[in-house]
Design a protein around this ligand. Structure first.
Ligand code: BES
Ligand code: MN
Ligand code: MN
Length: 445
């Protein structure tokens, strides 16, 4: 492998600040799509198209036809999360650099570095006897609306023998994984209004309601200090994993103390104490507050009673929970918990159903073998706490969806100083190269 050339090419991709959630980066998202399209053309793809949007298109393409060979659908995303807080990055997020064997940049692990592996693994010779199909989207980090709409119009685009998604990580260094569930997501803004305008806190304080205070109370009613979410009906569909699955998790190289000290780097863990940390992360739903807006947050002091406050929140959903039901449940709970003197409303920004994947198709065995040959260890089944909105739709045509990844759990996705270990990158290219060869060798499945 010409590692120097490959790194240079990956740098180009990582330099594009394709932040899908910020409209100011629309042109950058388009540029990242162009980068992907150029790569697909270089691989000899035909029908390379931009679909569904001018600014955040799904890049679609078809590899050279290999009659009788299996069809593999490759999914990934070229968009990234906002890089803030910028002052916590050791180097600027869109100026990739290697230090100590690690490649630092926004998107290095999530997901540009992994898309890069999937694509570069194809360029090897001999060419794998596989009919490649690509759907590389640019709105994964913002709910995948463009791709959802596309698949609603043209569901045949997911037709394949196998689908491959590399947007996760190993469960621990040296431990590659395939994932059997992804959590879903329900992202919302909760707004409370308490008066027509802001009020002088001396003239009115003591008698007039305060929007921030009401919002704080509302949020703590929705989720208590014990970690329990008090949205009526919320937990009803949630099923505990089977005893055998919980037992298997105990054998994974996961240590709650290390998780606290090395990964969270905080003073203590929270959540439902009755359940193990892995069960809280993988099999239970969440309610998180992402940010609170309103009132006075400028420099200095201003004595004002805010009339309006908004919280950005999201819930992670687990198998059997349905996004549509959770939206209704949250809206009803907010209405019910808000006192009469408060106008409370909920606006839903985006969301996704949870995904559950059976891993008994022979293709999972082939990926496991590829990992074993390259890294020395076969894949272990695990669950993922994160979400990939479009996975249930990818699975809808019946092809097995292989959820895997080549990063490590400490890659700091969405956070400052996101990185990808170079060893993971080079191994990743080899793993997928080997997987494509094995899949092609197996013929149609
Ligand atoms: N690659 C992640 C999903 C992921 C992360 C799965 C870690 C498993 C482990 C993906 O890019 C992501 O961040 N998705 C968003 C989706 C949301 C914005 C709809 C997420 O999970 O927050
Ligand atoms: Mn991702
Ligand atoms: Mn992400």
């Amino acid at each position: 492998m010409d590692q120097e050339r490959l790194l240079r090419e990956l740098y180009e991709f990582l330099r594009i600040p394709s932040v899908s959630t910020l409209p100011a980066h629309n042109n950058d998202c388009r540029a990242a799509a162009e980068w992907v399209a150029a790569e697909l053309r270089r691989l000899g793809c035909r029908d390379v198209e931009f679909l569904g949007s001018d600014t955040h298109p799904v890049v679609s393409g078809k590899g050279p036809d290999v009659p009788g060979a299996p069809t593999l659908l490759i999914y990934g995303h070229y968009d990234v999360q906002p890089p803030d807080p910028l002052n916590e990055w050791t180097r600027p997020p869109f100026e990739p650099a290697v230090s100590d064997g690690k490649l630092y940049a926004r998107g290095s692990a999530d997901d540009k570095g992994q898309v890069f592996c999937l694509l570069k693994a194809i360029a090897a010779s001999p060419r794998p006897p596989v009919n490649f199909r690509f759907l590389i989207e640019g709105e994964e980090e913002y709910g995948s609306k463009v791709l959802f709409d596309l698949l609603k119009r043209e569901p045949q685009r997911v037709r394949a023998d196998v689908a491959l998604v590399a947007d996760m990580s190993y469960v621990a260094p040296g431990w590659p994984a395939v994932y059997t569930t992804l959590r879903g997501l329900c992202y919302a803004e909760i707004t409370v209004r308490t008066s027509k305008t802001d009020l002088h806190s001396g003239e009115y304080g003591g008698a007039a309601p305060n929007a921030h205070e009401e919002l704080a109370r509302l949020l703590t009613r929705l989720k208590g200090a014990d970690g329990k979410i008090n949205i009526p009906g919320f937990y009803a569909p949630v099923k505990r994993p089977a005893k055998s699955e919980l037992a298997a998790w105990k054998k994974l190289p996961f240590n709650e103390k290390d998780f606290l000290n090395k990964r969270v780097q905080g003073k203590g863990l929270v959540g439902l104490k009755k359940y193990s940390v892995l069960e809280r992360l993988w099999a239970l739903p969440t309610f998180e507050i992402h940010g609170i807006l309103g009132g006075f947050t400028g420099e200095g002091a201003k004595t004002v009673i805010p009339a309006e406050a908004t919280a950005k929140v999201s819930m992670r959903l687990v198998p059997n929970q349905k996004l549509a039901n959770v939206e209704r449940q949250l809206a009803a709970a907010v209405k019910r918990f808000a006192p009469k003197h408060v106008t409370a409303s909920v606006r839903f920004l985006h969301g996704a159903d949870p995904a559950q994947i059976k891993i008994d198709h022979p293709a999972f065995q082939l990926l496991s073998q590829a990992f074993k040959e390259v890294t020395g260890r076969a894949t272990v089944p695990a669950r993922a706490g994160g979400s990939i909105p479009v996975v249930p739709a990818l699975a809808s045509a019946g092809a097995p969806v292989i959820l895997t990844g080549i990063g490590l759990p400490d890659d700091r996705l969405h956070a400052p100083n996101e990185k990808l270990d170079l060893k993971q990158l080079w191994d990743g290219i080899e793993v997928f190269q080997r997987f494509y060869a094995l899949l092609g060798g197996a013929g149609r499945m």
